[in-house]
Design a binder for this molecule. Structure first.
Ligand SMILES: *Cc1c(COP(=O)(O)O)cnc(C)c1O
Length: 423
């Protein structure tokens, strides 16, 4: 398979290379299992002595085409497809942490991630300390404990669209001697490549821009292959014999691919959060247009943000490239463009926001973000409705806050819809 440099070409060409007479489009291998002629061949696969597919809970050709493309897009050495973004993050935590371990995460992560780390893993004995991502390097480092096994952050946070200071977080991870894990769902590799800025592991909810059409759930774990597990004393399960594979030692057998192999052969094998071949096929197909879509999403969002910032019935707009944004310099440093999500506050508080939401026609009310169709969500009356106005403010959700995911329709039609709703 050829290695391409440019992301536009990788998005179209990488991951699948048809041989003479094979289908030009990657096939959907809708099969749980794979046939072999002799017993030893199958035994070698089970012992990880040979490479090949034998059961779709561990690997599948269609999922592998997508994994190879995502790894190439992010500049990683390997990737693993999962059933959803939530399971991608879960797989990373379960590969790196045991009961009694600890995680440092930014506080402004996706709500599902903050539940997963702050509640569900806490119940399993893995605790997370959430830090303010604008805190200084030393303040963030102070949250690291001897049992801390990873630092987690989002490159562009959902829904607050805060841009990550990669340098600061990667310095903390290096000082602590632990992997730096970045959720790159919102920018996608086309707008930001975390591995270029010090990330060791990248995760995605491919359900968002990677699929980009709101039709397939999925997640991805990408290994940069740049964390030295072999010389670390913090990850004994990477450096000591695994009894479930006849005493194999991951760092000895798989070198710098130890993490991604262990994630698959251990966590995926036992917890079974595999991406379905059909969803992998859809996501792979839709990734072909990722660069085109991300350009248009970003251009449209830029224009809509400017429209909001000049509108008399809008109190505030939050989009990283605006002159009023505190993250403008970080956005210039780390993002090719600022992607398609923003938040804004119409005048009139919660009632004002509800009025605007009800009048929108093109922009539908959905819980999803990051697909081709413009959509909105009002957290105060949906995802955060159980909280009082004061409690919502404390979690950063203002009563009037509307999250907009800007689609790839013509910008004039998008602005016309918000204009009539705000009038
Ligand atoms: C949606 C989302 C997730 C969770 O992904 P699912 O595919 O819905 O499980 C994780 N991180 C971010 C940033 C997200 O936007």
């Amino acid at each position: 398979m050829q290695n391409y440099k440019n992301l536009e070409t990788i998005a179209v060409q990488s991951g699948y290379d048809p041989q003479n007479g094979q289908s030009r489009v990657p096939p959907i291998v809708q099969s749980t299992t794979y046939a072999y002629d002799d017993a030893q061949a199958m035994a070698d696969l089970f012992d990880l002595k040979a490479v090949g597919h034998f059961y779709t809970r561990l690997s599948n050709p269609t999922v592998e085409f997508l994994e190879k493309k995502m790894a190439a897009l992010e500049g990683g050495i390997g990737a693993m497809g999962t059933a959803s973004g939530q399971s991608a993050t879960s797989a990373v935590v379960m590969t790196l942490c045991n009961a009694g371990d600890h995680i440092v995460s930014t506080g402004t992560v996706y709500g599902g991630t903050s539940n997963l780390l702050g509640h569900s893993f806490e119940k399993l004995g893995i605790k997370t300390t959430f830090v303010d991502q604008t805190a200084s390097e030393d303040e963030i480092f102070a949250a690291v404990q001897p049992n801390t096994k990873m630092i987690f952050a989002e490159s562009l946070s959902n829904p607050s669209v805060k841009v990550l200071d990669f340098e600061k977080f990667s310095n903390v991870a290096k000082r602590a001697g632990i992997p730096f894990v970045v959720d790159n769902t919102f920018p996608t590799p086309f707008l930001c490549r975390p591995i270029d800025f010090g990330a060791n592991i990248v995760v995605h909810s491919t359900s968002k821009y990677s699929d980009g059409h709101a039709c397939a759930l999925g997640g991805m774990v990408i290994d940069a292959g740049n964390f030295d597990f072999a010389s670390s004393d913090k990850f004994p399960s990477f450096n000591t014999p695994d009894p479930t594979y006849h005493g194999l030692v991951y760092t000895k057998t798989f070198g710098n691919a130890a993490f991604i192999v262990k994630a698959r052969t251990h966590v995926m094998r036992d917890f079974g959060m595999m991406m379905s071949p059909m969803n992998a096929w859809l996501t792979n197909m839709n990734l072909e247009t990722l660069p085109l879509r991300m350009e248009r999403h970003s251009q449209n969002a830029e224009k809509l943000a400017q429209f909001f910032s000049q509108h008399p019935n809008v109190d505030w707009v939050n989009y990283p490239s605006l002159p009023t944004s505190a993250d403008r310099d970080l956005a210039k440093k780390y993002l090719k463009a600022c992607s398609g999500v923003m938040t804004f506050g119409p005048k009139g508080g919660r009632q004002g926001a509800e009025k605007v939401m009800n009048k929108l026609k093109l922009a539908k009310i959905v819980t999803h973000v990051a697909d081709t169709r413009t959509c909105v969500l009002h957290p105060a009356s949906t995802t955060h409705r159980q909280l009082s106005d004061d409690e919502q403010r404390a979690t950063g959700i203002l009563p009037e806050l509307i999250r907009v995911s800007v689609g790839i329709e013509h910008i004039d039609d998008i602005i016309a819809d918000f204009s009539q709703a705000l009038s």
